[in-house]
Design a protein around this ligand. Structure first.
Ligand code: SF4
Length: 350
């Protein structure tokens, strides 16, 4: 396929990045890296001078549009959760830039970040761990208001908590204000986490596998609630999920990650219905289908994800790819626009 239109070189760290962002962009990420130095024992250090790193996120670039639902997909170990935390500066990046409303937030101190924090929120995977068991619901939801000192009185705090609890259908809110998390069901707890994330009317939210710990029967309603909240608050959301079927259902665009790199990026329809990258194709083939006659099996993607400390040379997917050829072990494929608005990092398209 020779329809290359433009290229995002995932290995190019040399160029100065454009500070201007498109009017419709909330966030732009350029060449973002998060490497964790590997702790080694005394003997290992004696025998090897080379510093070893876990390359959790390695030169990732993309942008998020205003009001967009953007899914980050991939197996566990692909780097999507680390990327989500780095985007919010909950974890500091090793290198690269994160432009948020035009400002490179990688250069800001935590103190300088504080006013921007009201614009960026996170919803964690586990509502059993993310809500402080010793705090009542009113205080959990009000916490961002208090940290940011945006409410003028206690009456206003309570009013805003009741309002956002009503939005997430924890009703009547008066009945829940003085309860503790353990008195709520899993679905109710995640609704409380959503309320806390939206009480400051953020423009950017990261939701990290927000329904994977919930009972299957209530996942759809919690997902739909989040989509409603995103739309109502005109926010943009990065929805981290290993579930491509869910990503297609909710997201405008999807980026598929593998070993810290973006392998494919496009609209959710293009990625799920017409995947170009062999890894995405394998992930989709592995999605269980209800039809017993179907030839799809879970074995289409073989082997374990390699170690992010020492990823394969060239294409990181080559050790599991049925189409791997010589070039794949020597040259890392850049992320190219193989079809209109459809980016892929694979030598089959270059
Ligand atoms: Fe497979 Fe090679 Fe494409 Fe990597 S670059 S996905 S190994 S064909």
């Amino acid at each position: 396929m020779d329809s290359k239109i433009s290229t995002i070189d995932q290995n190019d760290t040399s160029s100065e990045l454009p500070p201007q962002m498109g009017a419709d962009e909330v966030l732009r990420v350029e060449n973002l890296r998060k490497w964790y130095p590997l702790r080694r024992g005394f003997v290992e250090t004696l025998f090897s001078k080379n510093e070893m790193n876990v390359k959790a996120v390695d030169l990732v670039s993309f942008s998020l549009k205003r009001g967009e639902i953007f899914a980050l997909a991939g197996e566990s170990g692909s780097g999507k959760t680390t990327l989500g935390k780095v985007l919010l500066r909950l974890v500091d990046p090793t290198s690269g830039s994160i432009f948020f409303h035009g400002k490179d937030i990688t250069k800001l101190t935590q103190r300088e970040l504080k006013p921007l924090r009201r614009e960026m929120q996170i919803i964690f995977q586990d509502p059993f761990e993310s809500l402080n068991p010793r705090m009542i619901i009113k205080e959990i939801v009000a916490e961002p208001l208090r940290v940011q000192k945006v409410a003028k009185s206690e009456a206003e705090v309570e009013e805003r908590v009741k309002q956002v609890l009503t939005e997430v259908e924890i009703v009547p809110p008066e009945e829940f204000l003085y309860r503790f998390p353990h008195e709520l069901s899993g679905g109710q707890r995640q609704r409380v986490a959503v309320a806390r994330a939206f009480i400051l009317n953020p423009s950017f939210v990261v939701a990290d596998e927000p329904v994977s710990m919930l009972d299957v029967s209530i996942r759809a309603e919690v997902v739909n609630l989040m989509i409603d909240m995103v739309k109502k608050h005109s926010a943009s959301i990065i929805f981290i999920s290993h579930d491509l079927a869910l990503a297609k259902h909710i997201a405008d665009r999807v980026a598929v990650m593998y070993l810290g790199k973006v392998m494919e990026l496009s609209t959710s329809e293009k990625v799920v219905d017409g995947p170009l990258h062999p890894y995405t194709q394998a992930l989709i083939a592995a999605v269980p289908v209800p039809d017993p006659e179907s030839k799809r099996t879970k074995d289409v993607i073989s082997g374990e994800i390699p170690s992010p400390v020492d990823p394969p040379s060239g294409c990181r997917f080559r050790t599991r790819c049925p189409y791997a050829h010589e070039r794949c072990s020597t040259e890392e494929p850049p992320l190219i626009e193989a079809e209109k608005d459809h980016f892929v990092a694979c030598h089959l398209y270059t």
